[in-house]
Ligand binder design. Structure first.
Ligand code: MN9
Length: 288
């Protein structure tokens, strides 16, 4: 399960429905052009928190059908409604997903006991390997080393998607749990995380910039830090422009310039202006 995973984008039409053909094209682009090792399905980048349970299942189905056994598949099933999380976890497991993952419960200020109970419930009802999804900037849930350790105690928990700029905590987790998988979640910090010996990464920008991400990861693993820094520099020039123009909208627009029908984003995410579309085109031409 090590390696680089795209946080898979989903193509939606103007009515907000899943554009199946477009989604299939995004999947193929990730496997054949970005050359990632796996796909992380229905995460933040997949606009998971903006869609219905049926749409989540539809996406799990299409991805499994298109990707088959070409790459590893991780299903993000976390939801505030714990029954939905369990249902989706069982659904993806039956489809043959290699692992499931769930974001920490958000919105309400859950304490750690409640967060642990949420994970325990999912783990009790779903028979699959499990990856914690920690993204404090969006969820407000900050866990410390001991709390990660408590969750890691469960044998089904194989690792964590660590989307935070806290390299002190990342190093402590790496040191304390050498056998758990740590996936770096911020693409602009991939080199720094790789130096700390993470096992892989999961990222939105890999949908278009996967080959550079792989280079950074591999160069760091072989100790070629100067070379890796150069690739991270170009990557961050691109990510800086993407973030400035609108993260998911811009990645979709870049995909369109690559001939992939990436569709639009779900409301209330806004569309790019004409100028934003132009800037995305320029990024595609300059960097990819
Ligand atoms: O899955 C992604 N996180 C979110 C990870 O989209 C919230 C990252 O890949 C970021 O999009 C990326 C840009 O900040 O690093």
């Amino acid at each position: 399960m090590k390696g680089l995973y795209s946080a898979l984008m989903c193509s939606f039409d103007e009515q907000g429905q899943v554009n199946e053909q477009g989604l299939r094209e995004i999947i193929r682009h990730n496997i054949d052009v970005s050359k990632v090792d796996g796909l992380y399905v229905n995460g933040s980048t997949g606009e998971n928190f903006l869609i219905s349970t049926d749409q989540k299942k539809q996406i799990f189905n299409i991805v499994k059908d298109e990707a088959g056994h070409d790459v590893k598949l991780i299903a993000q099933i976390g939801a505030l409604n714990i029954d939905e999380a369990v249902e989706l976890g069982q659904f993806a497991t039956e489809l043959g997903y290699d692992a499931i993952s769930a974001v920490t419960p958000f919105y309400y200020k859950f304490d750690f006991e409640e967060v642990k109970d949420y994970y325990t419930t999912i783990l009790e009802h779903v028979d699959n390997d499990f990856i914690i999804y920690s993204i404090p900037a969006l969820t407000g849930v900050n866990m410390n080393l001991e709390q990660f350790g408590e969750l890691f105690n469960h044998e089904k928990v194989i690792g964590v998607k660590f989307t935070a700029p806290d390299f002190f905590l990342l190093e402590r987790i790496r040191h304390a749990y050498p056998d758990k998988l740590i996936y770096s979640g911020f693409d602009e910090m991939l080199l720094s995380a790789s130096v700390l010996n993470v096992d892989g990464a999961i990222g939105s920008t890999f949908n278009v910039n996967g080959q550079r991400a792989k280079q950074i990861f591999q160069l760091a693993q072989s100790g070629q830090i100067d070379e890796a820094r150069e690739v991270q520099k170009v990557t961050n020039d691109l990510i800086g422009e993407i973030l400035d123009n609108g993260l998911y909208q811009t990645i979709k627009e870049i995909l369109k310039h690559k001939g992939v029908d990436a569709g639009t984003c779900r409301k209330p995410m806004k569309s790019l202006t004409d100028d934003g579309v132009l800037r995305a085109k320029q990024m595609a031409e300059k960097y990819l």
